[in-house]
Ligand binder design. Structure first.
Ligand code: NAD
Length: 342
């Protein structure tokens, strides 16, 4: 049994709490948040010991910390947890800058704890099935990738930190990172990143259009991300991949969501894994997700790694840093109007 302390009890904290509560080998033993009503609600719902700060929680009897705090606090939270010799699951993005990522990796390496950044798309049913199809080689090489992720502005953000690009990195580091990380996962790192975007009044690129070229096998990828859709526009994830041997489309607006069309004919709707997660409670969840499956599989993988004393390998710290670097390159390109070489 892994005793987990959950730090940050907002949208993601509520999501992760439900996953830990549903896992047979995870004990949500402690929670922390500066907001008294939130920690009281989580303590009540999950039977976890409430703390007002991470530092107080780190002195408790826990094995691991699950960090769901606003992005600008990730570095100091990971450094504190690593210094306290707790294993760490940290929400994406790892941090806001490359030096902060390096500091995090250095702190984790020094303490020797297990560490994973929660890039949930690497656990999301549709994306994992697509990755398996690509890895099988049955459709040949990838020619191009087009990814999309669109959401209305979050309504739940604590003190509206999400809208300040200095605190969140805007839609690029908060949301677009999922698609840039997926692109790097299936194509390897690009040599060049070009982007254009539309800024909010607070200076965040909350709409961003990125093209990556110079991937190891020559494919081109493009991704659009928007955290500024109309309030009634449904949260949407989309992906098209064209390969030598066929075409793949995924859209959360389609049922079934995944279509595979080999060039030699036919249309397939592959079965998707169905993680068994009961509804374990609703404390804190106020965001835009309808399906806990990917989050459950992610938490399950992390906790299983700890129980087996294995280093998590689905998302490595170097890959999580690379995803941040892709976002920073996209932001720089959008700012300057020039491609950025990596
Ligand atoms: N993987 C995903 O799909 C996904 C989705 C949304 C957000 N996120 C990431 O999760 C993180 C949190 O985002 P969110 O939407 O849950 O934010 P949120 O604003 O809903 O919640 C943040 C919580 O952190 C608490 N907090 C603030 N300072 C704290 C401190 N010093 N110690 C402990 N708790 C503190 C706040 O009180 C609040 O409860 C961000 O890094 C974000 O990018 C990931």
């Amino acid at each position: 049994m892994v005793r987990v302390g959950l730090a940050g009890l907002g949208f993601m904290g509520g999501t992760h709490a439900q996953c830990h509560a549903a896992l047979p080998n995870s004990d949500l033993a402690a929670v922390c948040d500066p907001e008294e009503d939130r920690r009281a609600e989580f303590a009540d719902t999950y039977g976890a010991k409430p703390f007002a700060s991470l530092n107080e929680m780190l002195a408790a009897d826990i094995d691991a910390v699950d960090i769901c705090m606003p992005t600008y606090l990730h570095r100091q939270a990971v450094e504190a947890a690593a210094a306290a010799h707790k294993h760490i699951l940290c929400e994406k993005p790892m941090a806001l800058t490359a030096p902060d990522c390096d500091a995090i990796i250095g702190a984790v390496d020094k303490s020797g704890v297990q560490f994973m950044v929660a890039h949930v798309i690497r656990f999301w049913p549709e994306y994992t099935v697509i990755k398996d199809i690509l890895d099988s080689g049955r459709l040949g090489n990838i020619l191009w990738v087009s990814a999309a992720r669109m959401s209305p502005p979050p309504t739940w953000s604590w003190q509206e930190w999400i809208f300040d690009p200095k605190l969140s990195g805007g839609a690029v580091l908060d949301m677009h990172i999922h698609d840039l990380d997926f692109i790097a996962w299936i194509l390897g790192m690009p040599k060049t990143v070009s982007a254009a975007g539309v800024k909010t009044q607070r200076g965040a690129f909350d709409s961003i259009f990125t093209t990556t070229t110079g991937h190891p096998h020559g494919a081109v990828a493009t991704a659009e991300g928007c955290l500024d859709m109309a309030a009634d526009f449904p949260f949407t994830m989309g992906l098209k991949i064209n390969l030598e041997g066929g075409s793949i489309e995924m859209s959360t607006r389609h049922t079934p969501s995944l279509l595979v069309t080999p060039r030699d004919g036919g249309a397939e709707h592959p079965d998707l894994p169905q993680p068994a997660i009961p509804s374990a409670g609703s404390a804190g969840t106020a965001g835009n997700i309808e399906d806990l499956g990917g989050y459950f599989t992610e938490a399950q993988y992390f906790v299983d790694c700890l129980e087996r004393n294995e280093t998590p390998s689905v998302v490595t710290p170097a890959e999580a840093k690379a995803a941040v670097q892709l976002c920073l390159a996209a932001t720089k390109s959008a700012e300057t109007g020039r491609p950025v070489s990596l």
